[in-house]
Design a protein around this ligand. Structure first.
Ligand SMILES: [Fe+2]
Length: 393
C-alpha cells in the first residue's frame, strides 16, 4: 500500500559523474570548516590506487588526511572501535569512506558512534539514530550497495556474528561522490554481484509495504538501467556507458530502498553473510528468484511492473505473464552470470542445516520480512533457504 506522505532523506550533496572525485575539496568546504579528514578504507582499495586518487585530490588543495585501511568484509563492531581510536588519536574532524559497502558502512558507523553509543546492541532495530554525527563523505568504488545514500549501516557483532542493520538519518552520508571511473577495473564476479544487489534494491523497494511515489520512481529507473546494461558490463568491463549507468542505478537503488525498505531477500541474505561469509550481492542473488516466486501472488501487478522495467516482459504482456517472466528472467540471470547455489559456494551441509533455525530467527528479527508482500513464517523461511541450497539458476 502506498504511503500518503513520505519524508525523503538524502545526502546534502551528490557529486555524480566521471572524475567527480576531483570535486572532493569543494565538497569539504561546502560542508564547513574541515581541516583533517580520516579516510576509512581497506587494503585492496590502497593496492588498487583508489585511495591515492582520493588523497591526491585532497593534497592538491593542501588538505592533509589520515588513513585507516583495516576495514573488513561484513564490518564488525571491533573494527569500528579500532577506527574510532584512530579518529580520536589524530583529532580528525570528518570521515571519508572509500570502497564498497563495507568500508562505507564502517565509516558511517564511526561517524555516528563518535557522537553516540559505542555498544552495537544499542543500534538493534527498532532503535533509530536521527541526529547528525561527524561529517561523513562516501566515495563508492563499486556499483552495488547504494550505501552512499542510505540511512542504514550493517554491522556484525564480532562475538556472536549477528548482523545488525543500524538505522536512522544519522547514517545518511553528508555527501556522496559517485564516480564510475572507480568501477572500470572490477572483475566479472564483482560486477555481476554488485549489479544483482542493485537490482534487488530496486525490486524490494518497489514491492515494499513502505513504498511511496518517490521510491517507486527511483526503483523503476534503477531496474531499467540494470536490465539494459548489466549484460554489457559483464561482457565488457571497459564499456564506459554501461559502467556509468550501473553506477547511477546503484545510487537510485539506494535512494529507493532507503526511503522505502528492503524486504525478505535482504532479511534472509544477511545471515548468510554473517555466518558463512557469502558476499552480500551474491547471497541476494542466490535467494532472489525463489523469494520472488514465493511472494509473487501477493503482489502480482507490482512484480509485473518489475518484469517490464527490467525488460524480461513487454508492455503487451498481462500482469500474470509479466510476473511469471520476471521469475524466469531472474533464474536466467543467475545461470548466465554464473551465480552458484549455496551448496556450490562451498558451505558445509551440516553446518548449514544446524544454522537454519538461527538464520530464520535473525531474518525475522530484522523486521524486513513484515514489509514483504507475503509475510513468511519461520518454517517458510527455512524452506526457502533449503530451496536455495541446491538451486541458484
Ligand atoms: Fe543490498
Amino acid at each position: 500500500m502506498m504511503r500518503k506522505t513520505v519524508r525523503v532523506c538524502t545526502p546534502r550533496y551528490l557529486q555524480i559523474g566521471e572524475g567527480s572525485v576531483s570535486c572532493l575539496p569543494d565538497i569539504l568546504s561546502a560542508i564547513g570548516k574541515i581541516s583533517s579528514p580520516l579516510i576509512i578504507t581497506d587494503k585492496t582499495m590502497v593496492e588498487l590506487g583508489h585511495v591515492a586518487k582520493v588523497q591526491s585530490a585532497l593534497i592538491n588543495q593542501g588538505i592533509a588526511c589520515g588513513i585507516f585501511d583495516e576495514t573488513v568484509p561484513d564490518p564488525t563492531d571491533e573494527v569500528v572501535l579500532a577506527a574510532l581510536s584512530k579518529l580520536e588519536a589524530g583529532k580528525h574532524d570528518c570521515v571519508i569512506g572509500v570502497g564498497g559497502g563495507s568500508p562505507i558502512d564502517t565509516a558511517k558507523a564511526v561517524a555516528v558512534m563518535s557522537r553516540y553509543s559505542r555498544d552495537i546492541f544499542d543500534y538493534r532495530p527498532p532503535a533509530e539514530f536521527n541526529e547528525p554525527g561527524l561529517p561523513m563523505i562516501a566515495v563508492p568504488t563499486t556499483a552495488g550497495t547504494g550505501s552512499e545514500v542510505t540511512h542504514h549501516t550493517v554491522l556484525v557483532h564480532a562475538a556472536t556474528r549477528e548482523k545488525i542493520s543500524c538505522r536512522g538519518e544519522a547514517f545518511v552520508p553528508t555527501a556522496a561522490i559517485v564516480d564510475y571511473d572507480f568501477t572500470l577495473s572490477k572483475p566479472k564476479r564483482l560486477t555481476a554481484d554488485n549489479a544483482l544487489d542493485t537490482l534487488t534494491h530496486g525490486i524490494e523497494a518497489y514491492i515494499s509495504q513502505k513504498r511511496s511515489m518517490y521510491s517507486d520512481r527511483m526503483a523503476l529507473d534503477c531496474m531499467r538501467l540494470v536490465g539494459k546494461l548489466l549484460d554489457r558490463a559483464y561482457a565488457d568491463g571497459g564499456d564506459r556507458e554501461a559502467r556509468e549507468g550501473l553506477m547511477f542505478a546503484a545510487t537510485l537503488g539506494g535512494l529507493a530502498f532507503s526511503n522505502a525498505s528492503i524486504c525478505l531477500v535482504h532479511a534472509m541474505s544477511r545471515p548468510l553473510g554473517g555466518l558463512f561469509h557469502v558476499p552480500h550481492g551474491l547471497s541476494n542473488a542466490m535467494l532472489l528468484p525463489m523469494v520472488t516466486e514465493f511472494s509473487l501472488e501477493s503482489a502480482t501487478p507490482r512484480y509485473a511492473d518489475c518484469g517490464r522495467a527490467i525488460g524480461f516482459a513487454s508492455t503487451g504482456d498481462d500482469d500474470q505473464t509479466a510476473a511469471r517472466k520476471l521469475v524466469q528472467g531472474l533464474y536466467a540471470y543467475n545461470k548466465n552470470l554464473e551465480v552458484p547455489s549455496i551448496e556450490a559456494f562451498g558451505i558445509d551441509r551440516r553446518e548449514f542445516e544446524n544454522a537454519l533455525g538461527q538464520m530464520a530467527e535473525d531474518a525475522l528479527r530484522s523486521g524486513a520480512p513484515n514489509l514483504n508482500p507475503r509475510v513468511p513464517t519461520k518454517d517458510e523461511i527455512i524452506d526457502l533457504y533449503r530451496q536455495a541450497w541446491s538451486t541458484a539458476s
